[in-house]
Design a protein around this ligand. Structure first.
Ligand SMILES: Nc1ncnc2c1ncn2[C@@H]1O[C@H](COP(=O)(O)OP(=O)(O)OP(=O)(O)O)[C@@H](O)[C@H]1O
Length: 702
């Protein structure tokens, strides 16, 4: 038979199986829907029952609705192909591998979940170690339609006469495909070195390093899906937290886990870790460096303990006809004494009241001495402590402290100088104060870690009234199902940190608070780091992990993203800033060298427009235009109204992203805006999968 005929015949065979799977899927969906309906019926019935029965019925209802929703969510997950692999083993055994496990009505396996031990051979078998796999087949589907198959023969001698073999290179085909707006999962083509990381034990800390495009992000996300599948009991309850560098990035990766049926994962950008704050603005590099450093802990503690602005600087209270007066200095002494105990101020109001009463008693004793009289201290303290005017003073003088408020106080250079005496230099204070004063612009990404630190330092404000417990009888709106957030921040059971090389020490502290009891997957590449003080960050990171053992480290060495031509240029730019073994090997060649265009400064705009247009015509997928952070608005202006496939992005925000083609605007600008300039440029140069055009008005970057 000719190759196309063999291929058609084999596609038809697989289509038959896939059709069977989809028929079964329809049955399962019907069953789950019926179960959910029954759950709600029980819920409504419960309203008419006595309290005890109500509780148990509601529990039953919750369990049924929860399971039905989980199943439906998994079944409805967006997927490019539910079934994507087949293994033919020695002894004529065969299994199909897919995004989820599906059994037929007789409980026979129609599809094996890719994370199940039985599917491991799909990723791990090689010609040297075939693990009984004769033929490994990748099945490419679009929805329920089989488009193509692609085979690997691992034990040639064991291929029976009737086994046909088709094509080669599912991986290369996947890598050459056009990129869309969102990252795709790689379940069908996970490579052996990646699979080893995905299936590594769940406890402790798993570090994944490797150069750009080695699949670190993809691997970390597949690992999250794998861990949730294999250790759902340990990890499913409190959930998994995935942290990315920016909102653009979390949006980019947002489809990967749902496409594998995993929705119990909280995905957040560094600027969104704290509830209620969404920061996207970046500070200029020197300011971000100060805000991120551990020295800020001291500064924040002192700032919080300083006298809040606008509190009364004198206390007067009448006791048995006599005026007792505490002046500013005396009041400050009391404040220092309360803070001296070290508790969070929002939890120290009782102590503040007691200390203030003691000071008033001292004052009364002092006055009495002068007049030759006597005072009963205990009586004074009890009496004043019950007085409404005392408590009115107290709430104003010892106010509830809010993190945002304290940080804004530091916009006052005098206050910041007081808080940072001996910790920050005068120049640093000069740089920092205006950035806190600039509250109209909203918080920056680096501020979020400071706000979180202050949240803990100041303590939870006392709760006024307890909310009444409500029994929910109707389902929450659909988007709330599945995304589970622990009530307390430190409850996540597994934390994935992507682009971890860029976390500042203060950010590590913030993340560490979310993972007091968690195991970790930490992804990073030191060569792409834009954080200037790696030593301090490493210390904070170790503290975040605690003394957890074991710690295991994996290095990925193959660059699956860039063509070899593009990566060569990137490697040249970062030479001298990286060891040779820190740079990965690019596996794909396209024959297209990067196009470096030297132009006059005045022509950069026009050249950028021309390059963008050419690349939009040249590729099917996305085109990224990358420039220095402070030029994003300007470059957006140049390209307004262009194709939807085109995105303008600042250098730091391009971390972790990829495009079919990239126009890099004025590379020297990327170097000069950052303290780790060349590394940032290296990041920008490694975003393109197929074509790269550089528009430059100088040669410094080369
Ligand atoms: N086994 C694979 N099969 C198919 N595609 C893969 C595979 N491994 C990685 N890729 C693809 O290579 C690209 C780069 O992967 P990813 O973004 O995870 O790399 P990274 O190491 O996180 O890169 P960076 O450090 O630059 O952020 C993605 O498009 C990813 O889907």
């Amino acid at each position: 038979m000719s190759e196309p005929r063999v291929r058609r015949a084999e596609v038809a065979i697989e289509q038959e199986h896939v059709d069977r799977v989809y028929r079964r899927l329809a049955e399962l969906r019907e069953q789950a829907e019926a179960m959910r309906a029954k759950g709600y019926e029980i819920g409504h019935g419960a309203q008419r029952e006595a309290v005890f029965e109500q509780a148990s019925m509601l529990f039953e209802r919750d369990m049924m609705v929860f399971h039905a929703n989980q199943t439906l969510q998994t079944l409805d997950a967006e997927y490019e192909g539910l079934v994507f692999g087949r293994l033919d083993q020695t002894g004529a055994e065969k299994i199909y591998v897919g995004r989820l496990g599906i059994r037929d009505a007789e409980f026979d396996n129609l599809v094996t979940d890719w994370r199940a031990p039985a599917a491991a051979a799909f990723y791990q078998a090689t010609a040297e170690e075939p693990m009984d796999v004769v033929r490994r087949r990748v099945i490419r589907c679009s929805g329920p339609n089989v488009l193509d198959v692609d085979d690997d023969v691992l034990i040639p001698d064991a291929v029976p006469d009737d086994m046909l073999v088709v094509g080669e290179g599912a991986l290369m085909a996947a890598l050459g495909r056009a990129r869309g707006e969102k990252m795709r999962d790689i379940v069908a083509t996970i490579q052996r070195e990646q699979d080893e990381v995905i299936r590594a034990p769940w406890r402790g800390v798993t570090e994944i390093t490797g150069g750009p495009g080695t699949g670190k992000t993809a691997v970390a996300l597949h690992r999250a899906a794998y861990l949730l599948y294999r250790h759902r009991r340990q990890l499913g309850g409190a959930g998994v937290f995935v942290l990315g560098p920016s909102g653009v990035f979390t949006n980019y990766i947002s489809r990967v886990l749902p496409s594998m049926g995993e929705t119990n994962v909280e995905l957040r950008a560094l600027g969104e870790v704290l509830d209620g704050v969404v920061a996207t603005r970046q500070d200029p590099a020197p300011i971000a460096a100060i805000k991120g450093s551990l020295r800020m802990r001291k500064v924040l503690t002192r700032a919080m303990r300083d006298t809040p602005p606008e509190v009364p600087d004198e206390m007067r209270i009448v006791y048995r006809g006599e005026v007792l007066k505490l002046r500013g200095k005396e009041l400050e002494k009391v404040r220092r004494k309360v803070h001296g105990h070290g508790g969070p101020p929002n939890r120290s109001r009782v102590r503040a009241a007691e200390t203030l009463l003691e000071a008033l008693a001292d004052k009364a004793v002092e006055n009495a001495h002068a007049d030759g009289g006597q005072v009963d201290r205990a009586e004074l303290i009890t009496e004043l402590g019950e007085r409404i005017d005392f408590h009115r003073f107290l709430v104003v003088w010892w106010p509830v402290l809010y993190p945002g408020e304290i940080l804004r106080w530091l916009g006052d250079p005098a206050r910041l100088a007081r808080a940072s005496k001996g910790t920050l230099s005068r120049e640093e204070v000069g740089l920092l104060a205006p950035s806190f004063a600039d509250s109209g612009a909203g918080w920056t990404v680096a501020d979020v870690a400071l706000l979180d630190e202050l949240r803990v330092l100041a303590g939870q404000p006392p709760k006024r009234r307890r909310r009444k417990q409500r029994i929910e009888l109707d389902p929450a709106p659909a988007e709330h199902h599945g995304t589970h957030r622990p009530e307390h921040y430190d409850e996540y059971s597994h934390i994935v940190v992507d682009e971890s090389q860029d976390l500042s020490p203060m950010q590590w502290r913030m993340v560490g608070r979310r993972g007091k009891y968690a195991s970790w997957t930490v992804v990073g590449d030191p060569v792409q780091s834009s954080w200037p003080a790696p030593g301090e960050a490493a210390q904070a990171r170790d503290q975040a992990f605690g003394l957890r053992t074991p710690r295991r480290r994996y290095t990925l060495r193959t660059n699956y993203r860039n063509s070899a031509e593009i990566f060569d240029l990137a490697a040249r730019v970062v030479a001298g800033h990286a060891e040779a073994d820190e740079l990965p090997q690019a596996v794909r060649t396209t024959g297209l060298e990067p196009d470096v265009r030297m132009v006059e400064r005045a022509d950069v705009e026009e050249s950028t427009q021309a390059a963008a247009k050419e690349l939009l015509d040249a590729v099917d997928g996305t085109v990224g235009v990358i420039c220095a952070m402070d030029r994003v608005a300007e470059v957006c202006g140049w390209l307004s109204g262009a194709d939807e496939r085109l995105k303008v992005v600042g250098s730091l925000d391009s971390k972790g992203l990829e495009y079919d083609a990239v126009v890099l605007v004025e590379p020297t600008g990327l170097i000069s805006e950052s303290t780790t300039g060349r590394r940032v440029l290296y990041v920008a140069l490694t975003r393109a999968t197929q074509q790269l055009t550089v528009i430059a008005s100088d040669q410094e970057w080369l």
